[in-house]
Design a protein around this ligand. Structure first.
Ligand SMILES: [Zn+2]
Length: 549
C-alpha cells in the first residue's frame, strides 16, 4: 500500500463519527438515501473526507452499503462542444450502394436491446447515384428499434417505420414551419427535412450526455457550435430548440452551463438576472459569453510575439477580433455580471487579454484596493486554453483573479509539437500548468477535440511526465481542478463542485481511490449520480445495481 493510501486510512480512523452530508434535491429524485461503508473525498477543504453521506435524510431513508467503494464529487468538464461532439458519436461510415447502406444499418442494429434507439449521421445519396432512401430500405433489419439517420449535410434525415409509428407521422397532414415530411402519394417515406432536424440534434445531445456521465462527468461548460466566421444564430437556436426542449422533458442527464458568442452579450444579459442564471431551472444554465483572441497553433493562427519556425517564417499568427471592440464588449459583459471566456492560445493573444483586462479593472476601480477586491469577485474572466504564456504572464492570472481553463490531454499530445514549432526556449512557456497553480485552473477536454476523460487525465498525471516537466502533477491537484475549482471558474461554486451540505448531490462512485499510486490499478466509474438521481451504472459493476434502485 502506498504512503498516500496509508495516510488516508489514518484520516478516516480519526473520524469518531462519520460526517453526514446532505444536499439539495431536484424534482423527480426517486428516493432519499444514505450511502455508507465507502471512502468519500469531498473536495471541500473544511471537511475533506467522510464515510457516509445522505441525499436528504428522513425517517424512511434507505441505507446502502457501498462495500468499500470510493466516492468523489461529480467531475466538471470545463470546456466541451456538446452538440458537435454528439453528432460525431452518431457518424456513419460512408456507404456506396443501397445494399451497403442497408447492411451497415443491420450491423449497427445487431445486439441492441428492443426499443433502444439506433442513431447515425453522415449518409449521402450521392454515394449511390442520387436515389433518395426510404424507410423500406431499413425496416426489415430494424423491426424492434427506432432509427434516425441524418444525411451528411444535416438538412435531412431518414427514420424507420418504428419512429413513424411513435410519431404517428401518418396523421400529420401539414408540414412543420421551416421543414417538410417527404411523402409518396400522401404516405410518409421516412425522410424528414430541415425543421425536423431537432430530432437529430436532440439525439446528439442525449448521446453526448450519456457519454459524459459514463466518464463520471456531472456538469459541463458548453461552448456550443460557434467558431469565428460561423453562425451566431446557431448557438441560440440550439438552446431554444434543443436544450430547453430536452430539459423540459427531463431528458438532460448532465448539468450544462452554456456560453454564447460575445456579440450577443445583451441577449445573454436579459435572458435572466444573475441570481436566476446561477439557479439551475433543471439542468440547463445560461452562464456567459465567449470571444476569440486568436486561432490555433496547428493552423498557424495562434498569435505570437515571434514568428512560427516552420509553418511560415513570416507569420506571427492572427488577431481574430478587433482589440478595442473586444475590450468594450468584455467591459459591457462584466458590467452585466456575465461570465466571460476568451479563447487565447499564443503568448501575444494571452498578453492582449491580460492587458485589456488590467486596463478595464483600473478604469473601473480608481486604484481603490478595497473596491478592487469586491469587483474581482463580481466579474468572472476565464482564458480558454492559455497554452503559451510570456515570461511573468502567469503571475497576472493570480493577481487579477483570472481563471485559466486548460486541457491537459492536449498538452500531452501537443507538447512535442510545440517544441518543434516554437523551439526549445519559447516552448518553456507553453502549457505551463505548474506556474499557474496559484491561480484558478479549471480542467476540461475541449471535446470532441479530445475525449471526455477526467480519470484518464488523473491517470496521465500519475504515469506521464510531459516534455519539459520534471515530474507529473499530483492527482489530487487535478481532481480539485475538475471539481471545486472548475465550479468556481464557472461561478457555480454555490451549487456543485464539492460534496458539501446544501449543494446538489452530484457524485461519482469509483472502483478504487483515484489517488493511489504505484499499484498498477486505476479507478473506474462504477456509477454517476446527478441531483441524487442515478445517471449511469457501469455494466461491469451491474451487481451493485441493486444498491442504486
Ligand atoms: Zn473549444
Amino acid at each position: 500500500m502506498g504512503s498516500l493510501a496509508t495516510s488516508l486510512g489514518i484520516v478516516l480512523l480519526s473520524l469518531a463519527v462519520a460526517a453526514l452530508l446532505s444536499w439539495k434535491r431536484i424534482p423527480g429524485a426517486p428516493a432519499d438515501f444514505v450511502i455508507t461503508n465507502c471512502s468519500i473525498w469531498t473536495a471541500d477543504k473544511d471537511v475533506p473526507w467522510a464515510e457516509s453521506m445522505a441525499d436528504v435524510a428522513c425517517s424512511d431513508t434507505e441505507f446502502r452499503d457501498l462495500e468499500g467503494q470510493f466516492v468523489v464529487p461529480g467531475f466538471i468538464d470545463s470546456h466541451v462542444h456538446f452538440i458537435p461532439g454528439g453528432l460525431q458519436l452518431l457518424r456513419l461510415d460512408p456507404q456506396h450502394t443501397h445494399l451497403e447502406f442497408t447492411q451497415k444499418v443491420q450491423h449497427a442494429a445487431h445486439g441492441l436491446e428492443p426499443n433502444e434507439w439506433l442513431q447515425g449521421f453522415g449518409w449521402s445519396n450521392e454515394h449511390w447515384g442520387g436515389e433518395w432512401p426510404d424507410s423500406s430500405w431499413i425496416d426489415s433489419v430494424t423491426e424492434n428499434n427506432p432509427v434516425w439517420l441524418s444525411r451528411m449535410d444535416g438538412h435531412m434525415g431518414l427514420v424507420n417505420k418504428v419512429v413513424m409509428e411513435i410519431c404517428d407521422l401518418k396523421s400529420v397532414k401539414d408540414d412543420p414551419v421551416g421543414g417538410s415530411i417527404v411523402r409518396d402519394e400522401d404516405v410518409p417515406t421516412g425522410l424528414l427535412v430541415d425543421a425536423a432536424m431537432i430530432l437529430l440534434t436532440s439525439s446528439a445531445l442525449a448521446r453526448a450526455s450519456q457519454y459524459a456521465v459514463s466518464k463520471g462527468v456531472t456538469s459541463v461548460v458548453d461552448f456550443g457550435s460557434y467558431f469565428p466566421g460561423g453562425s451566431i444564430k446557431d448557438s441560440w437556436n440550439d438552446v431554444e430548440e434543443v436544450y430547453t426542449w430536452m430539459d423540459s422533458l427531463g431528458n438532460m442527464t448532465v448539468r450544462s452551463a452554456l456560453f454564447f458568442p460575445l456579440e450577443t452579450w445583451p441577449r445573454v444579459a436579459v435572458s435572466s438576472d444573475k441570481r436566476e442564471r446561477t439557479a439551475y431551472k433543471r439542468l440547463v444554465h445560461i452562464d456567459g459569453v465567449k470571444a476569440f483572441a486568436d486561432g490555433s497553433l496547428g493552423s498557424g493562427t495562434a498569435l505570437f510575439h515571434q514568428v512560427f519556425k516552420f509553418i511560415d517564417p513570416n507569420n506571427f499568427g492572427l488577431r481574430v477580433a478587433d482589440l478595442s471592440w473586444l475590450s468594450e464588449s468584455v467591459s459591457a459583459a462584466f458590467e452585466s455580471k456575465l461570465q466571460v471566456a476568451v479563447h487565447a492560445i499564443g503568448d501575444a493573444a494571452n498578453d492582449d487579454v491580460l492587458e485589456f483586462t488590467l486596463t478595464l479593472f483600473l478604469n473601473i476601480l480608481s486604484n481603490d484596493e478595497q473596491i478592487y477586491v469586491c469587483i474581482t469577485e463580481l466579474v468572472g474572466l476565464q482564458v480558454e486554453h492559455a497554452q503559451h504564456l510570456s515570461p511573468g504572464a502567469h503571475l497576472k492570472f493570480g493577481k487579477f483573479s483570472i481563471s485559466a481553463s486548460m486541457q491537459p490531454e492536449q498538452l500531452l499530445d501537443d507538447a512535442y509539437y510545440a517544441v518543434k514549432e516554437l523551439g526549445e526556449k519559447r516552448s518553456r512557456g507553453s502549457y505551463n500548468l505548474c506556474s499557474l497553480l496559484r491561480s484558478v485552473v479549471a480542467l476540461g477536454s475541449d471535446w470532441p477535440v479530445v475525449a471526455v476523460n477526467p480519470l484518464g487525465v488523473v491517470r496521465a498525471a500519475v504515469e506521464r511526465t510531459p516534455a519539459g516537466w520534471s515530474h507529473p502533477w499530483i492527482p489530487e491537484e487535478r481532481i480539485y481542478r475538475y471539481t471545486s475549482l472548475a465550479a468556481y471558474a464557472a461561478a457555480l461554486e454555490d451549487l456543485v463542485g464539492s460534496l458539501t451540505p446544501g449543494k446538489f448531490a452530484d457524485f461519482v462512485v469509483l472502483s478504487e481511490s483515484p489517488f493511489a499510486q504505484g499499484t498498477g490499478n486505476f479507478s473506474r466509474v462504477v456509477a454517476t449520480f446527478v441531483g441524487g438521481n442515478i445517471a449511469f451504472l457501469s455494466r461491469r459493476y451491474a451487481k451493485l445495481g441493486k444498491l442504486f434502485r
